[in-house]
Design a protein around this ligand. Sequence first.
Ligand code: GRF
Length: 192
Amino acid sequence: RPIVILISGSGSNMAALVEAARHGRWAARFGAGVVAVVSNRPGAAGLAWAREQGLATAVVDHQQHADREAFDAALMAAIDAHRPALVLLAGFMRILTPGFVRHYEGRLLNIHPSLLPAFPGLKTHQRAIETGCRFAGATVHRVTAELDHGEYLEQAVVPVLPGDTPEALAARVLTQEHLIYPRAVERLLAAG
Ligand code: GRF
């Protein structure tokens, strides 16, 4: 049961998932494992780490494709080469077409750095601070055609502290992301 992870940047969530698969013995317990990391950005730092771990990697550069549909088709081809049972968006910063989402319906997850349904979209930590929120957090959810709106699988909450900068809050949330994403995936694998 191959798992493919999509990243656009540092890939810290991807690394947390790879480590969890190893320490949680997902291969032995569920016949599942991370087999490939795919990025839309050639320079994504997470790609080098993934290669060092012996994972397959691929780059589908959105700047090399005429339109969103062409990009998504190339992305799907790179993903489907691994015949994934699960596709995990982890810091993947592209809006996907409904056709892409339909193709992976039921086996596509994302992690969003807010307590959905609050703050869908970007700059979630800055918005939480500006709004005066006392709490913030992250959400692991199934991906459906509507941005950041699929069924929630896990959430974590952190306090917003006086004087928090978006960077300080992001770091506090990220620590929790690295716990709830693996927990959500492991629960899905255990449930078959
Ligand atoms: C994280 O906050 C994640 O929630 C968001 O992208 C940020 C960076 O993720 N989607 P990563 O370090 O690349 O996993």
